[in-house]
Design a protein around this ligand. Sequence first.
Ligand code: SF4
Length: 352
Amino acid sequence: MNNLLTKHILEDLSNRERFRQSLLEWYDENQRELPWRTDPSLYKTVISEFMLQQTRVSTVLPYFQKWIIKFPDFPSLAQAKEEDILKGWEGLGYYSRARNLHKLSQIISTQESIPHDVNFWKSLPGIGPYIAAAVTSISFNQKEAVCDGNVVRVLTRFFGNGEKFKDGAYAQKKLQPLAHVLMPDDRTGDYNQAFMELGATVCHRQSPLCTTCPVLKFCKCGQRGDAENFPVMEKKKKTVQEIDRLWIKSSNALLLQKGKMGNNRLAGIYELPLNTKLGPYIKGKFISLKKRTIGQVLYQESIYWGSISKTLELDEYSLEWVQWKDIEEITISGPHRKWIKEIIQSIESDHT
Ligand code: SF4
């Protein structure tokens, strides 16, 4: 991998030092004000890194603020009930992150002193190489380079690396040693954050701001003007999955389905019931079509009016009548809560 350095301006150690300085000076002056950066702590760093996985900063901000008020430190999170933790996470999706944070805080709370070693962090629930490097560099100044999507984009552009990567995770793994070589010995947490900040705010996927980039003179593609062509990823075919769901209501309740406990990614989370062929439902008129993409799959979910027989064993299908007055209290998956609000509004507007 480090043969990318050969004949590149950053092969020279003094240039590498100049690059680090330029990046850190830019970061000192231009970093975004984020709540986990002001008055930082290990706890805030861990929470923010978990929330930011697969989720934008702008989405995370309100969740982070509420979370810190509700669960201010590792012990309070360790002692919290799982249902309260899931409720605090509602809308962020990928609920295994919340469950892993719960387990992790229980482990951390039993440590007499918290280890700084990256391998300890990698052994904790929900922590992969990226979070381990981010946490240990930011909180303990360990020399561990992060390599996320932002870093991959900047590195491939710096070096004009046209290798076709099969996916983002593979590119991150492959380029991590190069990220490590470029890293300074000091201010490692700031350096990691600066590199990612550059990717997030300057080196955009489309229309990167090369002319005002603080490290343009070290960047091959920035100088050539072809940065948008990098990184090169294999194109993946999107698949479509069609799903039917049902809107079954009574005057004082809505019928919802609760994800089964265990390894199910939606364990304990409520959604509108699925209309499976073997299901005990009667499907009525079409209400609405909802589309969303997760990874390479486009989900097209059609919602229909529905009803069930009064003798149906609800438990067998993980169904529950949830009183309208309790709807705000339970944890409903983000898109479903939005759909429920939309459907209620459209039903009400039909009746006015
Ligand atoms: S010069 Fe352009 S391509 Fe290179 S790092 Fe800066 S913004 Fe990205």
